[in-house]
Design a protein around this ligand. Sequence first.
Ligand SMILES: Nc1nc2c(ncn2[C@@H]2O[C@H](COP(=O)(O)OP(=O)(O)OP(=O)(O)O)[C@@H](O)[C@H]2O)c(=O)[nH]1
Ligand SMILES: [Mg+2]
Ligand SMILES: [Zn+2]
Length: 318
Amino acid sequence: MSKRKLTNQQQQRIEQRREGDSHHQEARLGLVVMNSGKKAVVCFNNGQLQSCHQRANLANVVAGDQVMVWQDETGNTVIESLLPRKSLLSRPGFRGVIKPVAANIDQLLVVIAPAPGIDLDLLDRSLCYCEWQGLEAVIILNKADLISGDYRAYTDELAKIYRDIGYVWLETSTHNRNGLSELQTVCNHKSSVFLGNSGVGKSSLAKALLPEMDIRTQTLSASTGLGQHTTNNATLYDLPSGGVLIDAAGIRTLELSEFSIAHPDRYWRDFRPYLGQCRFHNCTHSHEPECAIIEAVEKEHIALHRYQHYLRLLTTTS
Ligand SMILES: Nc1nc2c(ncn2[C@@H]2O[C@H](COP(=O)(O)OP(=O)(O)OP(=O)(O)O)[C@@H](O)[C@H]2O)c(=O)[nH]1
Ligand SMILES: [Mg+2]
Ligand SMILES: [Zn+2]
């Protein structure tokens, strides 16, 4: 995990370069658009995109990172330092090693859809992750054009449950374009990432919000010379009305068990009014007598499925 430290000599060389070198230009602040692994594409405030090397002993930068970029003697642009991150979205990768995916995000746009089916377990895990990480969460029920009859009654009931506990619940359709302007409004001046199962319509929604998405993808492939496959890495796009959307293609699910979240009850918003009211101060709300959460579930003040998803997380993390 911890990167190799600079030797004194290396440190001195950097200092000299920073101070005296006449070839040397001022450092520039940039925003990482994508990191292909070999090179990172950085956007500067004049809108210019540049493919940069990364200093060897710097932690891997990801889309959304703010970095300082210098030009070395040979004219190469090098990412020299990483500014502190406000937030970091990561996911377990190979052998369970947690990998950063996108930085400085404000909110997760959690997408659910009637086809392939509403995954409430993933929704509740995602909401827990947001509470834990201090991110905002927006729930998007996409493919609303497919909803009618009894299924409509079911989704209306869900909308009420989640709105009552304080979440924004939007309904969208990329087919008839309903709800897209509301989605645009919640993304204004924020940095957002879509999350949801395969097939729920994340890419379709991103295209609807980003009319110029394909153009940027082509510019990126050209500037890295690495071809289209680089778009498998999280990529940052500017939203036309301000704000950014990070397309983290790999994020379909969140296995919270990999993150070891202590006290998951704190991250279930609907539990909060009851916390501290159980008989035992260290109540896990799973089997204990006189548990205020279990009583609230029995009285239907907390939705049963939310409680079940909490229990599932509890058993997978302990
Ligand atoms: N009926 C309907 N179909 C939609 C809507 N949005 C997307 N689809 C369809 O759903 C399918 C999957 O959409 P994608 O946008 O590729 O889904 P995704 O979430 O990006 O899927 P992955 O990339 O596999 O994670 C496509 O056939 C879309 O045409 C919608 O609003 N209504
Ligand atoms: Mg997709
Ligand atoms: Zn309890």
